[in-house]
Design a protein around this ligand. Sequence first.
Ligand SMILES: CC(C)(COP(=O)(O)OP(=O)(O)OC[C@H]1O[C@@H](n2cnc3c(N)ncnc32)[C@H](O)[C@@H]1OP(=O)(O)O)[C@@H](O)C(=O)NCCC(=O)NCCS
Length: 395
Amino acid sequence: MSSVSPWLAYVIYDPPVSTEIKPKAGLEDIIATSSSICFIDGDRGILAYRGFDIHDLAPHATFEEVCYLLWHGRLPNRAELGDLQSQFGAGRALPDGVIRLLRQLPPSEAMDTLRTAASALAHYDRDASDDSPAANYRKAVRLTAQMGSLVAAIGRLEQNHGPIDPDPVMGFAANFLYQLTGTRPDALAVRALDCALVLHADHELNASTFAARVAAATLTDIHSAIVCGIGALKGPLHGGANAEVMKMLLDFGATASPEKVETTIREKLARKEKIPGFGHRVYKTMDPRAGHLRQLSKDLGKRSGQTHWVEMSERIEALVKGEKKLNPNVDFYSASMYYALGIPVSLYTPIFAVSRTSGWTAHVLEQYANNRLIRPRAEYTGPSVPQPWVPLEQR
Ligand SMILES: CC(C)(COP(=O)(O)OP(=O)(O)OC[C@H]1O[C@@H](n2cnc3c(N)ncnc32)[C@H](O)[C@@H]1OP(=O)(O)O)[C@@H](O)C(=O)NCCC(=O)NCCS
């Protein structure tokens, strides 16, 4: 006797998903939502936040101005910027419970610690149970401020030093470097980090932002959505690439000859290995962020007397472009730039997360403002339905 119920037999002859619609691997070029936050033209290499070209923002804007722009859709005036700076200053302190948690966790990758600690922040947030638009905005500001303090504290603890209290008066980039190193940074260091934060702040529906928006569309809380973003950013195909770039350069060694670098890269390409920091799903030309980071890397390298990393990077860029027609992405020159700033390699991806928290939260707020559950379909490729049910003792 068949174990198939009559209604199931009916279902198989009436497949609910059209077999004519084939999914595109990795959702390439699929428009999954509308958004007024970030514009990318991958063919012409254009990136703009709320209509402002990245080439204008990178040399002129501070990270705070860009946060305001992403959250409010326009640049702040002096008073509005002052207010946001005060809110950032007031929001930077980490709850004692989170510092204790950081000390208690076993030695871990910094991104794992950041993910857990960002989640823990929700338990201490004074607006935790309030999901009104005003409370969500306050949480976006506070979370962005706290992410900077968290990453600095994780860096300090990795070096067996205690966390440093934030300075509420310093700008975002300056305070981060101060909390990380314990010394007040000079103007070039602050400008370089500020520019890197501006360049990483948002990038349309990149994998981590999409993850955060999918979570937000269930109307879960903003901390949960950002934790999803952190988890997605960690992967080596996304934000994890900047640390992989520096590991590759360090593997070559500071004194590696150009010939050695060239031969090794050619061998990697011949083996079809991916070179971290190259290629992009959307840009078919130069990533507009990479040129700014290359220049910062050169400026900082000159100052520290360590130009070899950026020179090695430029040789790799020329080779990979020539061999594979692939351009460097945002992660490639951020590696040598952070290294010249004296930032430990383990913090490269966490710093990306600090900056991207501004973009993630802007997208989450936009999602909440006009929400519908994000729930796509899958093309079914499994066994035919129904499979005969075989009782356990007969399998
Ligand atoms: C960014 C990335 C994930 C985009 O992926 P994608 O759009 O799915 O592109 P694919 O991985 O399918 O790559 C397309 C082709 O280019 C090659 N390619 C892509 N990136 C490459 C890289 N960094 N090094 C060498 N070859 C690369 C692939 O091997 C593939 O070649 P094939 O067609 O001969 O098989 C991919 O370029 C990559 O893995 N880059 C390295 C990691 C990185 O830097 N990530 C940060 C992104 S900002």
